[in-house]
Ligand binder design. Structure first.
Ligand code: NAI
Ligand code: MHF
Length: 298
């Protein structure tokens, strides 16, 4: 099961960015191309499912990811998919044109579904993924909870999705919402493992970005950004014009991760700044034993 998620899962990570994954939108094709020489080979790159982007643009993004030597992981946002046909056509095109083997399913923000799928389980239970040869399915993890569910309901849904994916012969992967509060994320992963959920986990980390951009995305995505949490992250609300990287967050994770947290890697949300995010990752890597240098023989 492990190599299906990333070749590096089989061994202990050399540093916190070892085996990282990235996210892009269909608009980021040119910046992915520009950043590609600096991105580790076979890095998983998720392609978001945003309103205002059509299937052709998303397929083109996935094709570019594959052509550049990375592993495309298209998102399927259940509530934004308008018909069974739209779902099946996008999946088939992603497989045929980009050799997609991994997909990520998420409910999506619309309060009412725009089509036949009200949650990510409905996509998993459609049977379409395994029928198209998909080997791994990513699902969302919510260290800060979920506005529509109690914590117990949230765990039950997560357990149910992992079980359904495995029952269908695929490997589950949990990718968490980005966060600014590393301690909260560590507590959540410990609770997840204590419940017996042993699926690989990718912890969502914001890429370096302007503070206004970070706050805009936090508000849009329901991510906690209190003054206290931002201060731990290294942002002072008196300096809205500046920018901030995930240095302190990643240090907190690195210092706090224990065997009890199980297999964990990072997933970066670049918020439009892929090149800046990759530069940050490589700086961090160079300062912490340089796994990328070893992989490329530099
Ligand atoms: N804005 C916020 O504060 C946050 C929002 N979310 C939302 O929760 C969703 C969670 O996705 P998954 O973990 O894949 O959940 P899921 O697909 O496994 O669904 C779990 C349950 O939540 C319900 N649900 C999901 N999204 C909903 C929505 N937008 N409105 C009303 N009910 C909803 C589903 O019908 C289902 O019963 C995300 O797509 C995101 O929209 C999650 C965390 C923070
Ligand atoms: N609840 C929730 N809803 C989401 O839509 C969502 C999350 N969580 N978590 C993180 C991901 C990442 N998402 C996104 C959304 C937009 C861009 C993006 O680049 N959008 C612009 C730029 C706009 C801006 O800077 O505000 C674009 O051109 O589309 C990137 C990632 C959406 N995501």
């Amino acid at each position: 099961m492990i190599p299906i998620i990333h070749p590096n899962w089989a061994r202990a990570p050399i540093n916190m960015v070892d085996g990282y994954s990235l996210e892009m939108t269909a608009k980021d094709i040119d910046s992915l191309r520009a950043a590609a020489p600096a991105i580790a080979p076979v890095t998983p790159v998720a392609v978001t499912f945003l309103p205002g982007e059509d299937a052709a643009a998303r397929v083109a993004a996935a094709r570019t990811v594959r052509a550049l030597g990375f592993e495309p992981m298209p998102h399927f946002s259940a509530r934004r998919i308008r018909s069974e046909r739209e779902f099946r056509d996008y999946l088939a095109a992603a497989v045929a044109e980009a050799g997609v083997q991994r997909c990520f399913v998420i409910a999506g923000d619309p309060a009412e579904p725009e089509g036949p799928y009200s949650d990510s389980s409905a996509l998993i239970e459609s049977g379409a993924f395994e029928a198209n040869g998909i080997t791994a399915i990513g699902i969302g993890g919510h260290p800060e909870g979920h506005p529509n569910m109690t914590p117990d309901q949230g765990w039950a849904v997560l357990e149910g999705k992992c079980a359904a994916i495995e029952r269908r012969g695929m490997a589950p992967l949990i990718v968490t919402q980005f966060a600014f509060d590393g301690e909260r994320v560590l507590d959540w992963v410990a609770a997840l493992r204590a419940r017996g959920i042993d699926a690989p986990v990718r912890l969502g980390v914001p890429g370096p970005a302007g503070i206004r951009t970070l706050l805009r995305f936090a508000a849009r995505c329901g991510v906690g950004a209190s003054a206290a949490v931002l201060s731990k992250y290294g942002i002072s609300l008196g300096a809205l014009l500046g920018s901030a990287g995930p240095d302190r967050l990643v240090d907190t994770l690195a210092a706090g991760l224990r065997a009890e947290h199980g297999a964990v890697r990072l997933h970066f949300y670049p918020f439009g700044g892929i090149e800046k995010t990759v530069a940050w990752i490589n700086d961090y890597d160079n300062a912490h034993g340089s796994v990328m240098g070893r992989m490329t023989g530099e």
